[in-house]
Design a protein around this ligand. Sequence first.
Ligand code: ACM
Ligand code: ZN
Length: 472
Amino acid sequence: MERINIVPMPDKIEYLGGKFTVEACPLQTNIDPTLAKEEYILTADSNGISITGGSDQAVFYGKQTLRQMKGECPCVKISDKPAFEYRGFMLDCVRHIFSVDEIKKIVDAAASLKMNSFHWHLTDDQGFRAYSDRRPSATIDGSVRNRSEFGSLKENGAYGGYYTAKQMRDIVEYCAERYITVIPEFDVPGHCSALLHAYPSIGCTGMPVEIKTHQGIFEDILCAGKDETFEIVFDILEDLLEIFPSEYIHIGGDEAPKTRWKNCPDCQRRISQAGLANEEELQGWFTNEIVAFLKSKGRKAIVWNESLKSGLIGNDTVAQMWMDPKNHSVKFANNGGRIIVSDFFHYYCDYPYAMTPLNKTYKYKAVVRGIKNPCSVYGVEVPIWTEFINNFNRLCYMFFPRFAAVAETGWTKEENKNAADFCERFRCYSSILSQMGITAAPPHDWNPSPVARATGTVGFMNSNVRKKPKTK
Ligand code: ACM
Ligand code: ZN
């Protein structure tokens, strides 16, 4: 029997018998408050098409489903709702910058896949890309690096740029029209070389810090002992809060080495004055200062899983699990917290298909091992870091179809998922991506053979991963 191909797979499709022509049928939409906020029912036959949703957002999702139905289609009733509340993607606009128009294309794709969150990574060691009105130096001095040396991707000459408040507002508005919340990330206390370049006084040593030109984990992080650090961080956050109305703000917290804090009299004084046991607890304390600031403004924080090592993070904060060998995220979730799942080995789209084939991404279960209550999984997010991605075509190649696989995990119940079927449906969906100006990786690249996986992985490692990471 002929079927319709929808990505992400709806909860329930009933074939009613007979056919209708989509373009020839009028569309009627209704709101039914008895349905959940993101739930919709679409019925379509030769008498017409109707979408009833629990909200305007749900009706919008019904329209995204309809958009994937073309020409002569079987008559259907689709009853649909998401598996997870949070369905997001992350774009690193620090290592390489993407234009507002390019970002909007990715947002278009996310909306058509019924995602609802855009995590925008705006600050890091290699640049500070959000304009701050209160602290313009952060952006003016922190946004241009001297050159780029990301593994085999080397670009001579200064590389810089940032998003103005107007551009960021434009993105926020564009996303809101598509029911996508933009969550800006201001990554602290680590990954702050660009900010420290502008304000060396808020590092532990006070010495000049270069904006980094290569990837790595760097020892200069924000000093947790100086009050000035918080004055600057809160000023920048105030600016972000004026632009981004999201309930959550991402404050990073990943990969913050404690070398400087161990040797800093200010940090050590803070540890003893706050009655903390060690530098790990100092990171928990640092995070909670920002959480309290955000709370005073009616907002909450998302943090990368390393922040949980302190054991001091409260359940109001959401933890994003990316690499967590000690399972802090699972323990946090089982103690009443909520997590966003973005496992590095399965979801990071900056790694080649040889390392992370589509099937590996698709089959990863969002309710990760050890989770007692599935409701503690707030949702899933597909990240892309852009050290090795310096143009939009490459971004699209690396993101799609893995992006859609994670969108399907976020939307579709686990028992309704099927990897081979997803591949079939994605081939149809690619035509919609093409209309948006997005070209996905071709099907023969999605799931390389074992030999191609081995050679591709070795090739990527040799050309892009430093043998001995530099720390300075
Ligand atoms: C991360 O990949 N450092 C969150
Ligand atoms: Zn310090």
